[in-house]
Write a protein that binds this ligand. Structure first.
Ligand code: ZN
Length: 264
């Protein structure tokens, strides 16, 4: 089932997506979301999709595809490399990714996102299916120059709008071998499969839950395949995952940000 948050007449509802329509979701609810169910069917073209979840945290895994680690001159880590993106970076389908003037190199990273369904910690790899609600597309937008210069990832990965999520959450999906692709305009930039992960979804959920309690609606971004590349003003970036759908966002310069970087 595909479950979305939709805005109709300025109010948010939970809906089931089928073809090009949003339908009442029945008893289904998204984890950590309290919006009411959609009552009447609506054409997708007539509504706005919202971020399908409101994660308290986004736990991300770096260098989890060997070819991507190599393209950035990194080796594959011996254990999952964990970092966080702030919840304030989340945007939904169609929302604008803002290029901060502080960076000269902002890149896309298309990733399978695991949506947690239950509060949990210390989950064993063989038990992760019981705590996973579903899957969505994540674009782990990254200011590559700042990530490199800072060593810590918080600034390069943490700008507002740097975490597009959506277009909805797919439940009942087998995560083991899904195509993950990214297009910028008509150009295919990334094209991998989840079977190429160094550490698989079960291992990642178990690893993260050894460190931090996971809450309903939390998201784990599972790393990106090779082919990351720059985003420029006026581009449109689309992350597509087999069995889920396509998450498309336009790119613009951040006109609200101070033009000059601070001098320190
Ligand atoms: Zn990433």
């Amino acid at each position: 089932m595909l479950l979305a948050r939709v805005s109709v007449g300025g109010a948010a509802f939970v809906a089931r997506i089928e073809g090009d329509r949003a339908l009442p979701p029945g008893d289904a609810q998204l984890p950590g979301i309290s919006d009411p169910p959609l009552i009447d069917p609506v054409e997708l073209a007539a509504l706005r999709l919202l971020p399908p979840i409101r994660p308290g945290k986004i736990a991300c895994i770096g260098r989890n595809y060997a070819a991507h680690a190599a393209e950035l001159g990194n080796t594959v880590p011996s254990r999952p490399l964990l970092f966080l993106k702030p919840a304030s970076a989340v945007i939904g389908p169609g929302d604008v990714i803002l290029l901060p003037p502080d960076s000269d190199r902002v890149e896309h990273e298309g990733e399978l996102g695991v949506v947690i369904g239950e509060r949990c910690r210390h989950v064993r790899p063989e038990d992760v299916d019981s705590v996973i609600f579903g899957f969505t597309c994540v674009n782990d937008v990254t200011a590559r120059d700042l990530q490199r210069s800072d060593k810590q990832f918080a600034r390069g990965k943490g700008f507002d709008t740097f975490c597009p999520i959506g277009p909805w959450v797919a439940t009942g999906l087998d995560w083991r071998d899904l195509r993950v692709s990214v297009r910028v305009g008509d150009e295919l930039r990334q094209d991998g499969r989840t079977s190429q992960m160094v550490f698989d979804v079960a291992s990642l959920v178990a690893t993260v839950s050894r460190v931090m309690t996971l809450q309903p609606g939390d998201v784990i971004a599972t790393g990106t395949p090779e082919g990351v590349g720059p985003l420029r003003d006026g581009d449109r970036v689309c992350v597509e995952i087999e069995g889920i759908g396509a998450l498309t966002n336009p790119i613009r310069l951040d006109g609200d940000a101070p033009a000059e970087a601070p001098a320190w």
